[in-house]
Structure formats: structure tokens, C-alpha cells
Ligand binder design. Structure first.
Ligand SMILES: [Zn+2]
Length: 165
């Protein structure tokens, strides 16, 4: 081999701030990376795939969902990841685009993607209990946080009503 480029990178053990499941559409890369830094994610394990979190919401080929869950699992095991960030964006080719998939209706698209992000977050939360999951929709003007549906408070132990054997 012949060295063709030089740089210096820390060789300390690597610990990731969050695993990011996002689409490989580069238009949203710069803005989303800036946002990630703002929320404390300087070292992301980037899982970049067509459609981003789509496969976790509606696993058309279920193998894609399994693959992505396995990537998250590896990020947790290898890099100590405790936070997963899910991303969908406007005009995504995996959804047929804004025009083709939603007739150019940006509000319908946003509403649809909000639901898909909730489904995807539920998939991740069910697979990895205790992991922090955050979901974002990115359009041409900014980034929108999808608030998780309020979870039911766990009942105090011993009052579950389930008979114990
Ligand atoms: Zn996309």
C-alpha cells in the first residue's frame, strides 16, 4: 500500500453518543449533523439507509427491519450506545417523494411521517428496553421533534391486580 492522505485521529477507545437511523439522502446531511451536535451528539454511529427509519415502521421486507435492529444492537455492544435517534425526511424517494407519495401535500406527508416515526420508535423501544429513543422529521425548513405518546405510569409493585401463583 502507498499512503495517499495524512491525518491524525485519536486512537482512544471509541464510545458513541447515539446510533442514528437516517436516510442517505445527502440534502439533509449538513443540517441534521448540525442539529445532532446541538443535542450533544458529536460521535454518532450513523446507520444510513434508504428511507431512514421507514423500515422500522413498516417492515416491508422484514429482513431490513431485522438488519437495522442488529446494527443498533452492535452499536450498543461495541460502542456503549444508550441512545437511538430516528429520522425521516421530506421528499424521501423511499416514500415515493413529496409529489409522488403525497400529491405535493407537505402537511399530509408530515402527518404520515409522524405516525411512522412513532411506530419505528415503538419497535426500537420494544426491542431494547431502557434505551432512549428520539424521533425527528426533517423538511426543507428545519427539524421537527416527534413527542412520544405519554406512557402509562407503572403501577406500584404489589398492586398490579395480577394474581401471583
Ligand atoms: Zn430519503
Amino acid at each position: 500500500m502507498k499512503k495517499v492522505f495524512h491525518f491524525g485521529i485519536s486512537s482512544e477507545p471509541y464510545r458513541c453518543d447515539a446510533a442514528i437511523v437516517w436516510c442517505f439522502d445527502s440534502r439533509f446531511e449538513l443540517g441534521f449533523r448540525k442539529f445532532l451536535k446541538r443535542i450533544g451528539v458529536s460521535f454518532p454511529d450513523a446507520i444510513k439507509i434508504a428511507g431512514g427509519a421507514k423500515c422500522l415502521a413498516a417492515p416491508e421486507p422484514e429482513s431490513e427491519c431485522e438488519f437495522v435492529l442488529e446494527q443498533i444492537r452492535k452499536s450498543m455492544r461495541l460502542h456503549g450506545t444508550t441512545r437511538v435517534i430516528l429520522m425521516l425526511h421530506s421528499d424521501c424517494g423511499a416514500y415515493g417523494g413529496l409529489a409522488g407519495g403525497f400529491g405535493g401535500d407537505a402537511r399530509a406527508e408530515a402527518a404520515h411521517h409522524e405516525q411512522d416515526l412513532r411506530r419505528a420508535a415503538a419497535t426500537v423501544a420494544a426491542c431494547f428496553p431502557g434505551v432512549e429513543v428520539q424521533s425527528y422529521f426533517v423538511d426543507f425548513e428545519g427539524i421537527w421533534k416527534v413527542e412520544p405518546i405519554a406512557q402509562q405510569k407503572p403501577r406500584p409493585s404489589g398492586t398490579s391486580g395480577v394474581p401471583r401463583s
